[in-house]
Design a protein around this ligand. Structure first.
Ligand code: ATP
Ligand code: MN
Length: 479
């Protein structure tokens, strides 16, 4: 007999027929009711055994975590909570799970801390929580590809190993095959990378943008979706050393088109998840409500997870310039009461306390800030006519902070060349990027969405380590 997935079995109208299901035991109550899960849905199917008909030794092996194949009749359920259940006819143990060992793991059916779950990242997939998170993570990835594909964008695979250190988005991880104990040296006594694998210094990429721009200046609408790496020692709940980024890049778009695209794109993802992951979302929503009840009023979410997603779908983002944001902050209560740790001064970067204030207190909705001072933004951002600011945009989300960073790109060769000099980027490193500005250069714009930050928003998880299967953070690369 062919295996039926539990998601299909639960929706099946074919009561009275025999089916075969396979999965892992979530619970076995009263020597009679098996709850079986196969990951196809958050729900388990109930399989009812008549214990008099089965060998006692066999039933003893039906323990939490064990893998089973169950054949039996699909019947209407007598109990509350499920429409159908299986009257077990044949029960086969595919893999045992020693209860003694299971009791030391996150499979033990009780509440575990997220920290403990992280220590067992190899087993946390088995929990309802991480089942829900990773089914949604998949849906978000699929929705992203669908969004761009349906709109005529091309998926470009930009390199993971890069020889350019001009990306400028942070510290990089070196890629080298040289013997660290005995590296070849130059005459000046420095490590001689000419003898390394690629004949030069190479690193893991921090962004695929520069290469995506090259493609956009021919294919018009492109996007990347790949892993990026940052060796920065940011041990926060929003930073990973290895994370995934989506970077659309569009020829002929200006900064306003860029904002419109980003808003539409983020809304689409929220809508997709609401429409396709209702069961998992409801689970996460209810979990958050329960968690909130254990917290003081001030720390509780003002809106439920599902309400937050609907809110993003149905409300325009707040758009303002950096200069306006500084004004708002200077007029704010925390500023006047000296509650901000970092200064609020035109020309200094906004810190996360400032961003949080704008999003969570002042506007209470996603915020797009544009027109940042050129001094703390990347060299490729288009200079505005005021000569001081650039056509940058950061999108800030409640509870997350920056979710998107983007800009209109500098398409004017002379200005870009000047910028490279000012940023100490040698022409010999970036000649290929500059060259696109010589041959039919056009305005273009794009942005980078942090995939995990998006998954945090749609799942309500508050630590980025809990939305990627195997997080890489400073001092942690287990599994
Ligand atoms: P932040 O200020 O939060 O460190 P950033 O300015 O370094 O972000 P960008 O270089 O603009 O970020 O990268 C684009 C997007 O990638 C960000 O908006 C964010 O969503 C995501 N991102 C950046 N760094 C990380 C990281 N270390 N871990 C996970 N996501 C990240
Ligand atoms: Mn950063």
């Amino acid at each position: 007999m062919k295996r039926t997935e539990i998601v299909a079995a639960l929706q099946s109208e074919k009561t009275g027929q025999d089916i075969l299901v396979k999965g892992w035991v979530k619970a076995f109550r009263s020597n009679r009711f098996i709850q079986l899960s196969d990951g196809s849905t958050i729900h388990t199917i109930q399989a009812v055994v008549d214990f008099e008909k089965f060998d006692e030794a066999l039933l003893k092996r039906v323990t939490t975590g064990a893998a089973l194949a169950i054949t039996g009749k699909l019947v209407e359920s007598q109990g509350a909570g499920q429409k159908v259940e299986i009257a077990v006819e044949k029960l086969e143990i595919l893999g045992d799970a020693d209860p003694e060992e299971v009791s030391k793991t996150v499979m033990q059916p009780k509440k575990h801390s997220l920290e403990f779950l992280r220590e067992q990242a190899h087993l946390r997939f088995r929990t309802n929580l991480f089942g829900a998170v990773f089914r949604i993570r998949h849906a978000v990835a699929y929705a992203i590809h669908k969004y761009f594909n349906d709109r005529g964008y091309y998926y470009i695979h930009t390199p993971i190993i890069t020889g350019s250190d001009a990306e400028g988005a942070g510290e990089m991880f070196r890629v080298s095959v040289l013997d660290p104990k005995n590296p070849p040296l130059t005459e000046e006594g420095k490590i001689n990378y000419a003898e390394d694998f690629f004949g030069k210094e190479t690193n893991l990429t921090v962004s695929g943008q520069l290469e995506a721009e090259l493609a956009a200046l021919a294919l018009s609408k492109v996007y990347t979706f790949g892993p990026t790496f940052r060796a920065e020692n940011s041990n926060t709940a929003r930073h990973l050393a290895e994370f995934w980024m989506i970077e659309p890049e569009v020829a002929f778009n200006d900064i306003y088109d860029n904002m419109d695209l980003a808003e539409d794109f983020l809304r689409y993802i929220c809508k997709y998840v609401l429409e396709h992951n209702a069961d998992d979302l409801k689970f996460l929503n209810d979990r958050e409500v329960q968690e909130d009840q254990t917290k003081p009023q001030a720390e509780r979410n003002e809106m439920s997870l599902i309400d937050r997603l609907n809110f993003v779908i149905s409300n325009d983002f707040q758009r303002l310039t950096y200069t306006e944001a500084i004004e708002v902050l200077k007029n704010s209560t925390p500023y006047k009461k000296k509650k901000f740790k970092y200064p609020v001064e035109w020309g200094t970067d906004l810190q996360s306390e400032h961003e949080r204030y704008l999003v969570e207190k002042e506007f209470k909705k996603p915020v797009i800030i544009t027109g940042y001072p050129a001094s703390f933004k990347a060299f490729y951002m288009r200079q505005n006519d005021d000569g001081k600011t650039v056509a940058a945009m950061d999108i800030l989300f409640p509870g997350i902070g920056e979710i998107i960073g983007g800009s209109q790109r500098e398409e004017r060769y002379d200005i870009l060349l000047e910028k490279c000099k000012a940023f100490h980027i040698p022409e010999s490193e970036i000649w290929w990027y500059l060259e696109t500005r010589k041959f039919g250069t056009v305005p273009h714009a794009g942005f980078g969405l942090g995939f995990e930050r998006m998954v945090m928003f749609v799942t309500g998880m508050t630590n980025i380590r809990d939305v990627i299967p195997f997080p890489r953070t400073p001092k942690k690369a287990e599994f």
